[in-house]
Design a protein around this ligand. Structure first.
Ligand code: C5P
Length: 297
């Protein structure tokens, strides 16, 4: 999360704008089923340059008012941004304007990233003084992917375990280029987990992790894996169509991110990504060229 303007000054909290990036899962293996209904996993995540924007304006009252450019999303306690603002407990009410660009039910972590961005921005704007550990505990209450985004400025990598909420930062050795294709259908996470067959032999994410650290896209493509992928294909054949279309454009590798429905290709460089996006684009899907560039936005 990156805040464009922020902080509590001598005159109190000021408006703040936060950018919330999307993530891609480069590796995801399930290591067990837990008694709380979640799965233990190992996943390698990378934040990329596709952003939602959150504007927070203290309103001097007591209530939180959330508005969103996407009218299909709830703007009450069902929205993670609203819940993050409630959990952060600022000492003034807030007007929050959420501008969604990252699709939802897409495996891109948009809602989780929005929640993390809200926690960080409120901590700064209201000088709440919470430590990273305290923010991480709040983040884990909001969702398994939220803690990753606390440190998830664009270009950040993380090796996430537990239910995904235990985050070890991974240094990223270069800029990676991707094409993401999101079919019109979404994949509800719960449904994807329900259809996933637990492994008898566990895959190892070290190759993908090493490749990320070395900045090597070819090796990264070799190390791609997502245990949830087959279930997304079963749930939504459109996801498999996007996968097949990307493969035909001959990138270095192709994979579903998280619980889908977005499919991404690992590309050789920016020009390769633009070529692949142009070959794969259809009127129905959302097709985006992405990179993992370190950003100050
Ligand atoms: O944590 P989050 O709210 O994002 O999880 C949504 C759903 O995805 C959970 O209710 C659970 O069914 C499934 N899930 C899981 N194991 C994980 C993360 C999510 O089973 N590690």
């Amino acid at each position: 999360m990156n805040t464009a303007a922020a902080a509590a000054g001598p005159t109190g909290p000021r408006p703040v704008v936060a950018f919330a990036p999307a993530k891609l899962n480069l590796f995801l293996e399930i290591t067990g089923k837990r008694t709380d209904g979640y799965h233990d996993l190992e996943t390698l995540m990378l934040a990329v340059d596709w952003y939602d924007t959150i504007e927070l304006v203290p309103n001097g009252g007591q209530s939180i008012r959330l508005t969103c450019n996407d009218s299909s999303l709830p703007t009450d306690g069902r929205n993670l941004v609203y819940r993050a603002a409630e959990l952060a407990k600022p000492d003034s009410g807030l007007d929050i304007r959420l501008t969604k660009r990252i699709p939802h039910e897409a495996g891109l972590g948009g809602g989780s990233s929005d929640a993390a961005a809200t926690l960080i921005a409120l901590n700064e704007a209201f000088a709440l003084g919470r430590t990273h550990e305290e923010l991480a505990a709040l983040a884990a209450q909001l969702g398994s992917d939220v803690p990753f985004f606390l440190a998830g400025r664009t270009g950040a990598g993380g090796w996430c375990t537990g239910r995904g909420d235990m985050v070890e930062p991974v240094p990223v050795g270069g800029t990676f280029h991707f094409v993401a294709v999101k079919p019109p259908v979404g994949c509800p996470t719960v449904e994807v987990y329900k259809r996933t067959v637990l492994p008898t032999t566990r895959r190892n994410g070290q190759e993908a992790r090493d490749a990320l650290e070395r900045g090597d896209p070819e090796k990264l493509a070799d190390g791609l894996f997502n245990r949830l992928q087959e279930a997304t294909f079963l749930l939504a054949p459109e996801v498999r169509d996007c996968y097949d279309r990307l493969i035909r454009s001959n990138p270095l590798g192709v994979q579903v991110t998280g619980s889908g429905s977005t499919v991404f290709a690992v590309c050789r460089d920016r020009a390769d990504a633009i070529r692949i996006a142009n070959e794969c684009r259809t009127p129905d899907d959302t097709t985006v060229v992405l990179r993992s560039v370190e950003s100050t936005r």
